[in-house]
Write a protein that binds this ligand. Structure first.
Ligand code: PHE
Length: 339
């Protein structure tokens, strides 16, 4: 019996050496340690032994079982380790590799200019008011002293949706809406998108304007000029000068066009300003009393000034952009240059 156990132990050891995977290890376990296994068979054979030999052989059987169990556990641990290493190699993360870094986004050049303009105006006490882009003919034109079929409509190539509804051609429509809802005195700006049937390097069918309107008693051109000087200096730098040229808009009387000293040469004359030293930037004027009355404001008591300008143009001048359309293509290479 002892001999038999010894042989079994040896055989198990040899066989275990050949075990190369988990499946054969399981087979091995069943073969030696299982209920029908070889060791169990030997244990059964103990019945036939004389009583005094039983404890000796019993101890030996336990010893052999213990040995085989230890060796199997060791093998199992080896397999587990191999499995883990294989898994780790598959999902290898090199923590020493230099980081790619985060690509930082940036605001669109237009958003930046809008923020700058709006912040400057809010600091001067203006309230931001918005209005619809799909607008009634009434607010875009009629309420602003541009009657139906009047030639002054030709100043703007308008997209009509129906006879009475259009894509607003100017943020001045918000001027009319504001006068009808707010109680004077008030100071508002209305930034937003506007639409005109026009497209070339300096015109886009959709572009952006910011309109300003101040209604109060005793408003004069001097108020308009000082306010615009502050706004343009904040936008283009402290040395900026502005000048007024007589002009015409149906909703302001008198009307002016406002030029700003060229931000590139500061008035000397350069390629950007075509040698003039100035850039034409805004339309403005004293609100026509007819417009005040049409929108429910007492023109005997109140006066107002209004100004409006193309925000895209400001962004173009500030960033030396030559084609307005490049601002709406969202080509990532262009946007990266603007960062
Ligand atoms: N709305 C005018 C335009 O789009 C600009 C303007 C605004 C002129 C306010 C005077 C007063 O051309």
């Amino acid at each position: 019996m002892q001999e038999k156990l010894k042989m079994l132990s040896e055989q198990a050891k040899a066989e275990l050496k050949e075990v190369k995977d988990v499946a054969s290890l399981n087979n091995f376990k069943v073969k030696y340690l299982g209920k029908q296994g070889l060791l169990t068979e030997i244990l059964r054979g103990m019945r036939d032994l004389p009583a005094e030999q039983r404890p000796v052989i019993g101890a030996l059987v336990n010893q052999v079982r213990q040995d085989i169990e230890n060796q199997t556990a060791q093998k199992q641990a080896e397999f587990d380790k191999m499995e883990l290493e294989k898994e780790l190699a598959k999902n290898f993360i090199d923590i020493t590799e230099p980081a790619k870094g985060h690509e930082k986004g940036a605001l669109h050049p237009l958003s930046k200019v809008f923020d700058l303009l709006i912040d400057s105006c809010v600091a001067m006490g203006f309230k931001v008011v918005e209005g619809p882009e799909v607008e009634l003919d009434y607010f875009n034109f009629e309420a602003l002293n541009i009657p139906k079929n009047h030639p002054s409509r030709d100043m703007q190539d308008t997209f009509f949706v129906t006879d009475n509804i259009l894509l607003r051609s100017q943020t001045s429509s918000v001027q009319a809406r504001a006068m009808q809802t707010l109680k004077p005195p008030f100071k508002i700006i209305s930034p937003g998108r506007v639409y005109r049937n026009d497209s070339d390097a300096t015109h886009s069918p959709v572009f952006h304007q910011m309109e300003g309107l101040v209604i109060d008693e005793n408003i004069s051109m001097a108020d308009l000029k000082s306010m615009l000087t502050v706004l343009m200096r904040r936008t283009f730098g402290e040395q900026t000068q502005i000048r007024f040229r007589p002009s015409f808009f149906p909703f302001t009387e008198p009307s002016v066009e406002v030029d700003v000293t060229c931000p590139s040469c500061h008035g000397e004359g350069c390629r950007l300003c075509k040698g003039t030293g100035f850039m034409e930037l805004l339309g403005a004027g004293i609100v026509n009393p007819k417009v005040l009355e049409e929108n429910g404001i007492d023109s005997k008591k109140y006066r107002g000034f209004a100004f409006g300008f193309g925000v895209d143009r400001v962004a173009m001048v500030k960033n030396s952009i030559s084609d307005i359309r490049s601002m709406f293509k969202n080509d990532i290479r262009f946007l990266k240059q603007m960062k």
